[in-house]
Structure formats: structure tokens, C-alpha cells
Design a protein around this ligand. Sequence first.
Ligand SMILES: [Zn+2]
Length: 134
Amino acid sequence: MKIIKRAERVEAVEYSLYFESIEFRGGGFSFPCSKDGVVGELAPAGQANYEMCLKDNGKTYENMGVESNSWSYMEPAEGRCDCGSTVVLSHDETECSKCKRLYNIFGQELRRLSPEEEAYERANDYAYSSEELY
Ligand SMILES: [Zn+2]
């Protein structure tokens, strides 16, 4: 297998404009927006709430400004199988959907177990998960 795309960490961020209830601090409304606080198109109920917050700003709800929420995640590597198919290496024992070759998360081809080895593995898995060992 040839790795055609390396695994990479992806950083993501979302912004929301937050209006906090003056009477019930900690509660309120937030609306998805741009980094600069520009709220885009909302569903009708969301739009009605947004307009209410703008109208009531400082009375019932207070505009607390833009809040950001960021996170990151791993985008899995992709490899070109010997058969020409692209395989997303998201977990160990990933099977090529076309030729059924098995690969680990690094793109190394794995040998398939014989039926006897499969049975042995299953018995071992059972033994290790069983409380009889403890
Ligand atoms: Zn393949």
C-alpha cells in the first residue's frame, strides 16, 4: 500500500453570539455567527428569538458578545491499495472494500487468520474477558 494522504490534526472553531438572561444568569440564547458577530440565516424560530434578543437587549437579555468554541480531531490517513482502491485507515483491521485485503492503521497489510486461529483468538478473548481469571 502507498500512503496517499497522511493523518493530520484538524483545528476547528465555531462562533456564536450569546445573549444572557438578566433575571436567570447562566441561561439565554446563542446564535451561530461569524468571527465578527454577524448572524447568518436562521430557522424561523431562531430568527424570532434573535429579533426578540436584539429588541430586548439590556432589558430581559444582555448581549454578551461573541463566544468561540474550538476543538481538534484527527483526520485519518488514506492509502492506495494494491488493487487501486483508496482505503481510509481510520482503525486497525480496515478492509479494502474492493479486494478485501486487510490493513492496520499504518497501512501495513495484515495476514488473515485461518479458521483455527480465529477460533483460538475467540477463545482467548473470552478467557480474558471472563471473571474466572480473577
Ligand atoms: Zn484493495
